[in-house]
Design a protein around this ligand. Structure first.
Ligand code: SF4
Length: 448
């Protein structure tokens, strides 16, 4: 699809763009580990052949000891390697990952790069993956030698060379076809990653199809689909009418939501709280620590909105978007404000109690309020709506419950992606308050 119909690809979400940007930023910082290199990045794809030639020429140039984004091509397979460092009469290959740990995906990515490097007869002393050191604590300017860790994957990549070669040849045959392969939708659309062509390939699937249920595995859903059980009516005939699967499909059929009220009410706060506040925290976890005393991906409170009867105008909001070094100021403010309430309601996939404890906003046993996380409660009560196939978010919850309510939830991403964008800051502040209103409306709908 990418080769024959790239224009059918779905647009990148803001979230994906922010993730890619983070990877690029960490990759550029990693250059300081091996400074003084030559940047081989092409300005456009048309420059790839030229950059391949220049990279090969630099291998023999004694004045070039480090190359960034070196471009190699072998057996019609093109790679750009993050760093290639002269190591005596051989070269050390380094690929940078902006995560705290390595996974099979990274090892296989390295194996493909090794296959091309070996094919180009680059004499390698080692192949290493570079990733972030969770134990690094910033103290003054970033120390890249401490921030990053290196792990050799040479043994793995050598062992997997045949596996890569077989797959490269298989995929070359696919690319050589006169058209994109005629493959029906299936489990491959979501696993190992959500495919970028779903907007195109899934357009014939009704929005309320049983394929969007979460109570059944993709394998089972598609087994039914390929066996001709491909409508909601047909699959309902196969299911126990009291099963969660059947309840979900009925919700799809009626374009409404399903919730197990028995479980929901068993989870309602007891005794009924006299004062309730709604709290929306904006947490920030920069890959590269920004403040002294913090580590990679350490959490900071960047903003909050608090809605409740003791707040002036019904809502308090605080942020340090323009100066992250002030993030600790939120702690004393929250300690004071939360103490006026009996119940703090939130909606977050994280454990808010843990977050509050971690930042010493809440001390075990000594606070007079309880935390009530609607995210956990709704999940336990099997809340389901067609919009939540890929997970429960506040935006999807609001679509399910309050159809007229527009919620963008861009705040988390915008603030991370554009660190100096004042318009985005204003949007993020408005989003935080709008999100909190959805939390309040949801709580009131189910528990008042
Ligand atoms: S959406 Fe599914 S069928 Fe379409 S290209 Fe992606 S994986 Fe293949």
């Amino acid at each position: 699809m990418q080769k024959k119909h790239p224009y059918l690809r779905d647009k990148l979400s803001i979230e994906q763009r922010a993730k890619f940007q983070r990877g690029t930023d960490v990759g550029i910082l990693a250059h300081d580990y091996f400074p003084g290199g030559v940047d081989m990045s092409p300005a456009s794809p048309s420059q790839f052949p030229k950059k391949v030639q220049e990279t090969m020429a630099n291998l023999d140039n004694p004045n070039v000891n480090v190359m960034y984004e070196a471009v190699f091509q072998y057996n019609d397979t093109l790679i750009m390697l993050d760093m290639l460092v002269r190591d005596g009469d051989r070269w050390l290959a380094v690929e940078v990952k902006s995560s705290l740990r390595l996974s099979d995906t990274y090892y296989n990515d390295a194996a493909l790069q090794y296959y091309v490097l070996h094919g180009c007869q680059v004499p390698l002393s080692d192949f290493k993956l570079m990733y972030l050191n969770a134990d690094y604590v910033k103290d003054g300017p970033i120390d890249v030698k401490q921030l990053f860790k290196l792990e050799s994957v040479m043994e793995y990549v050598v062992e997997h060379e045949d596996f890569v070669a077989q797959n490269v040849n298989r995929l070359k045959n696919v690319v050589a076809l006169p058209h994109a392969p005629l493959v029906d939708i299936g489990t491959q659309c979501h696993n190992p990653y959500p495919c970028d062509f779903q907007g195109h390939c899934w357009k014939h699937v009704p929005k309320n199809s049983f394929l969007f249920t979460t109570a059944m595995d993709d394998e089972i859903l598609f087994e039914n689909y390929f066996n001709g059980i491909n409508t909601n009516t047909k699959i309902l005939q196969q299911l126990d009418p009291d099963s969660e699967e059947a309840h979900q499909i009925e919700a799809l059929e009626t374009n409404s939501y399903y919730i197990d009220y028995k479980i929901l009410y068993s989870l309602s706060p007891q005794p009924k709280p006299k004062s309730v506040a709604y709290l929306n925290l904006l947490l920030h976890r920069p890959a590269v620590p920004e403040m002294d005393g913090t580590s990679p991906y350490q959490e900071m409170i960047l903003a909050f909105a608090l809605q409740g009867e003791h707040e002036i105008g019904g809502c308090s909001a605080w942020d340090c978007f323009e100066d992250h070094s002030r993030w600790n100021e939120s702690i004393d403010i929250l300690i004071e404000k939360l103490s006026h309430y009996e119940l703090i309601v939130c909606f977050t996939p994280q454990n808010l109690t843990t977050t509050l404890l971690r930042h010493e906003i809440m001390q075990n046993q000594t606070v007079g309020y309880k935390v009530f996380n609607l995210f956990d409660v709704l999940q336990q009560a099997h809340f389901y709506h067609q919009s939540i196939k890929r997970g429960l978010t506040l935006q999807r919850l609001s679509q399910a419950l309050f159809k007229d309510c527009k919620l963008f939830e861009h705040s988390r991403i915008i603030v991370e992606a554009n660190s100096n964008d004042l318009i985005s800051y204003q949007q993020a502040r408005e989003d935080l308050i709008a999100e909190n209103e959805v939390v309040a409306k949801t709580y009131q709908q189910f528990f008042k």
